[in-house]
Structure formats: C-alpha cells, structure tokens
Design a protein around this ligand. Structure first.
Ligand code: HMG
Ligand code: MG
Length: 314
C-alpha cells in the first residue's frame, strides 16, 4: 500500500468565508454598478449563510470611482443579525465616513512591497503605518472592530519577489495597533503551496491562527491548493469573492479572487463546515454576472449553471 504523507488529519471542523466580492470584485469592474443593485446583491449574499461580507470601501472616489457610493450602500443594506459587514478605509477620513454611514467593522490595508504600497495609497510603508496610528485607535475607541490587509505578501507586480519575512513583520505592527485579524494577500496570484507554507509557518509561529486570514487571488490557478495548505496549518478565515470576481486596479495583471463557490465546494466536500448554501451562492454569482455584464470565472458556478440548464433543457 502506498503510504500517504498528506492525510488531511489536521483540517479544522469549521472555516469562516470572508466574502469580499462587493468590494474587491466591484472595484475592478469597468461597469459602474448602480447603488440599488449593489444593495440587492449584498442583501442576497446575507441570505446565503455567509458570516462576513466586505461591502465597499471609503477611499478617494477619484482613485476608485466604482465604490464612490459606499456611504449609500452602507446605509441601504439590510443588516442581518449574525453577519459582520465591513469596509476598507485607508485613513482617518475614510474611517469618519464609514462611522457616519453606520459601519461597525472596518479594514485598513497596506502592502509588503514599497512600490505597490506607493501606487495603491500614495504613501511609503512607514507613512502608511503612521496614518494607521491616527485611524485604528480612534476606530477602536468608537467601538469598531478593525481588520487589516497586507498585500503583495507573495510577490509584487512592480518589484517581483518579496521577502517572506515581511508578512510577520507587518503582522506584528498591525496587531500592536489593535487590529483583530490580519489577512495576508496574494494580490497578483503568484503564490504556490510551498511558499504558502513558508510564509504561514513564520507567521503562525508567533501569531495565533484565528488572528490570521488568507486572501488569494487565483490569477494562475493556485489559490485552492494554497488554501488547502493554509487550512491544514490551522487558518480558519478564508477571503473569497463570489463568482471569482476581483482584482486591484493598482496591481496590473491581477485578476479575480478565488471564487467563494469553489472554496465552499472543496471544503464542504472534505467535511469542513462553512455554513453556506451553495445553491443560493450560485444565484448570487448569477446576479453578479448580470450586474457586471460578463461571465464570471468561478469553476463551480459554471458547472452548476451548466447542470441547471441541462435539467431545464435551457
Ligand atoms: P492622496 O491623494 O495621497 O490623499 O490619496 P491626500 O490625503 O493627499 O488627499 C487628497 C484628496 O483625497 C483630498 O481631496 C482628500 O479629501 C481625498 P481633494 O482636496 O483633492 O478634493 N481623500 C479622500 N476622499 C475620500 N475618502 C478618503 C480620502 N482620503 C483622502 N478616505 C488615498 C491617498 C489613500 C486616499 C488614495 O491613495 C486612495 O484612495 N487609494 C485607494 C486605493 C484602493 O482603494 N485600492 C484598492 C483596494 S486595496 C486591494 O484591493 C488589495 C486587497 O484586496 C488585498 C489584496 O488583494 O492583496 C485589500
Ligand atoms: Mg484583493
């Protein structure tokens, strides 16, 4: 008998999917989705069993015009009990707008590479951390929870390779500021499972697994493999976007996030609970596809839609 060294004996019983489609997905679309359609999409997502949805960002609308209506979206969605709604904020101005619009959780964001950080938020890494000192403590004082992202952990579109030690260094700084969780971003989808194990091995040696999340874009098809490694290492929060939408406008070539449907299908099939109703999620991905005006890349979605049309003869 062949002896397997990969026995899936360390899988957690449950994983939380952090849905970023309404933010990471829509920020990257050329079509402007009207506010009421965003609200319809988020309200539908709230009925899928998702426990966390990132609904928008409060950034400079000249930089991300697609999400210029963040305040209206936040005011108009139906907040389902048990679901966390979050929004990106880059600075104090964004935080104040988020609080005024009723947000109870926000996420700050920065990069592990200087060039991407500068292109994305017009600041050095040091200046960004300084701006967070004016953002995170006031958010906590106002009773909000603050999450954080570190982008380009596995590679930068401008600088190429990124030192794997950077992730832990920035996690330490963001944890010290009071962020409850740091999501490690493979912004341009270059990571492989060995790199994932390397970066997470360093981070998890010091930071408890519930305080770390993973955020893989699936540009080169390695996201699910990386997520499997991460989950086996104890990660229990996985970011994903319905339909596999997504990308960072300041990271050329970055395409969609791993699709929420694909992650749910893989994890549930392996006995890891997500609490998400896949059929309802497919309905949401279909709605998103209509709203953005093109097919979405999610594999499970395509299979499910294909199976539905065979059953109905459509
Ligand atoms: P800046 O130009 O350096 O800002 O931009 P500033 O402080 O010099 O102010 C200039 C103008 O911006 C002023 O307006 C401010 O009021 C305005 P003006 O006087 O010229 O009319 N401003 C704002 N307006 C609205 N909301 C705000 C705000 N702050 C300043 N919060 C800034 C700096 C950070 C604002 C800008 O660079 C920006 O908005 N960047 C956003 C970039 C972005 O959203 N990128 C995508 C999200 S990150 C991502 O996708 C990665 C992730 O998914 C993880 C991964 O995949 O790795 C999270
Ligand atoms: Mg992203």
């Amino acid at each position: 008998m062949v002896k397997s060294r990969f026995v899936f004996e360390h899988l957690p019983p449950e994983v939380t999917l952090y849905e970023v489609g309404p933010r990471d997905g829509l920020q990257n679309e050329s079509r402007m989705v009207p506010t009421e359609d965003k609200v319809r999409l988020i309200d539908a997502l709230s009925e899928t069993g998702l426990r966390a949805i990132e609904i928008t960002s409060f950034v400079n609308p000249k930089w991300i015009p697609q999400l210029a209506d963040g305040g209206q979206v936040s005011r108009q969605i139906l907040r389902k009990p048990g679901v966390t709604y979050s929004a990106l904020v880059p600075n104090r101005q964004g935080l104040d707008a988020a609080i005024a619009a009723g947000m109870r959780e926000v996420a700050v964001f920065m990069s592990a590479s200087e060039t991407h950080n500068k292109k994305n938020v017009n600041k050095t890494i040091g200046q960004t951390l300084a701006a967070f000192r004016d953002t995170v403590p006031p958010a906590l004082a106002a009773g909000l929870r603050v999450r954080a992202y570190v982008s380009t952990v596995y590679g930068c579109p401008y600088e190429g390779a990124v030192d794997p030690a950077k992730a832990l260094e920035l996690c330490r700084a963001l944890k010290a500021l009071g962020c409850y969780q740091v999501s490690l971003g493979d912004t341009i989808g270059v990571a492989n499972p060995r790199q994932t194990r390397d970066v997470l091995g360093r981070v998890l040696a010091e930071i408890p697994a519930p305080e770390v999340a993973v955020h893989f874009h699936d540009t080169r098809g390695t996201a699910l493999a990386n997520i499997l490694v991460a989950v086996e290492m104890g990660i229990t929060t996985v970011d994903a976007a319905l339909g596999g939408l997504g990308g960072c406008p300041y990271a050329p070539g970055a395409s969609g996030n791993v699709s929420t449907e694909d992650v749910v299908y893989m994890l549930e099939g392996m006995g890891v609970r997500t609490g998400i109703d896949l059929d309802r999620l497919v309905d949401c991905a279909r709605l998103a596809s209509t709203l953005v005006g093109h097919e979405v890349p999610s594999k499970y979605y395509r299979a499910a839609i294909g199976a539905r049309s065979r059953v109905t003869g459509g």
